[in-house]
Design a protein around this ligand. Structure first.
Ligand SMILES: [Zn+2]
Ligand SMILES: [Zn+2]
Length: 353
């Protein structure tokens, strides 16, 4: 097994010092895979040769990849993909902006599912997915009668950006979200349901799941928000997606339209910058404005700020004590609590008063 185990700071520095530009692109394909372990090693070796960074998941049902590719290797990268049966003519989605590097290393992991449903395959079988609409058709369809856009992403993703009037659900994970769908859409069976997610991979399963539950007018956005953003930009059309497209890499989001639709979880100022709590043991993902970032030293709470200020050795000994692993629900509660606590005035010189 080949693994990249170098300190993150060093990796960041290495990417920052590269004398070439990179491009982030993503692709996925549901395709039955055999001998995943050797596919993993071959892919790792060949991508590494091209200095490709990123995160790739392999499962018996296919591949899901986000890659950061040196611009001068882009053609070689495409050629490399074409040599794999599973990746022939796969459609590559490229993002809009490339200000912050998206990845610092290459990881390829083997997973039970590409996107976890925790359901028997027949309930969300991607080979029974609904028809796909191209971005511009999707754009037009959004304003048709008896039509509802349905966001297939987690709450922290649609909090910073979503389509106008879309149904958005308070789910932490995809497997939480699926069972909510038939329930919430029960009175919308006669509607056209326009499903969308970041790049399309989740909609394949979600649309199959809805069809399994008796919904017939289900469609999905081909290539997801990434493809939509490129299409409206290229055709100079006003985006019906407002705000930011959350992405699961170092950038945490790509601005699609100029609006900021979310607020700082600590002071409620307009803000759509996600960050992970600076206190390593917490690492909560939340929205924090620059002012609060300074005041809380990048932490989600005064408690985390105080703990992160302790000497490293003390932090380590705290870490050795057994503490419950954050469950999705615990994280959700912590995030909800964030909105209620720690709203001390920012100019308060003494946080404990
Ligand atoms: Zn703030
Ligand atoms: Zn924290």
């Amino acid at each position: 097994m080949l693994y990249n185990k170098i300190d993150k700071k060093l990796l960041k520095k290495r990417v920052a010092n590269e004398p070439f530009a990179r491009k982030t692109c993503s692709f996925y394909r549901y395709y039955p895979l055999e001998d995943i372990a050797s596919l993993r090693d071959r892919l790792y070796y060949e991508l590494n040769e091209l200095s490709v960074l990123g995160r790739i998941y392999l499962a018996a049902e296919g591949i899901n990849a986000q890659c950061s590719i040196p611009l001068h290797q882009y053609d070689n990268f495409k050629h490399l993909l074409s040599r794999y049966d599973i990746l022939k003519n796969v459609s590559l989605q490229t993002g809009l902006e490339e200000i912050v590097p998206s990845f610092y290393k290459l990881t390829i992991k083997i997973r039970p599912e590409l996107v976890a449903t925790n359901l028997p395959t027949h309930q969300a079988n991607p080979s029974l997915a609904s028809p796909k609409l191209d971005p511009l058709t999707f754009h037009e369809a959004l304003t048709a009668e008896k039509t509802l856009a349905v966001d297939i992403r987690n709450h922290y993703e649609h909090e910073v950006g979503h389509f106008d009037h879309a149904l958005r659900l308070p789910a932490d994970t995809f497997s939480d979200l699926l069972p909510m769908l038939p329930q919430k859409l029960n009175d919308k069976k006669d509607h056209n349901l326009l499903l969308y997610c970041t790049g399309g991979i989740r909609c394949e399963k979600a649309s199959a799941y809805l069809r399994h539950h008796g919904f017939s007018n289900v469609y999905q956005l081909r290539g997801g928000i990434i493809a939509y953003a490129n299409a409206v930009k290229n055709h100079h059309i006003a985006s019906r997606f407002k705000g930011k497209n959350f992405v699961f890499d170092e950038r945490l989001g790509e601005k699609i339209s100029s609006e900021t639709i979310a607020v700082c979880h600590q002071c409620s100022a307009p803000c759509d910058t996600h960050t992970n709590c600076h206190y390593e043991d917490c690492h909560l993902l939340f929205i924090q404005c620059e002012q609060c970032n300074t005041y809380f030293n990048g932490c989600c709470s005064i408690a985390c700020k105080e703990k992160s200020a302790l000497p490293i050795a003390t932090q380590r000994s705290l870490r050795k004590r057994p503490h419950p692993k954050h469950s999705a629900l615990a994280v959700h509660k912590a995030r909800a609590a964030l909105k209620k606590i720690d709203r001390r005035p920012l100019d308060n010189p003494n946080p404990s008063s």
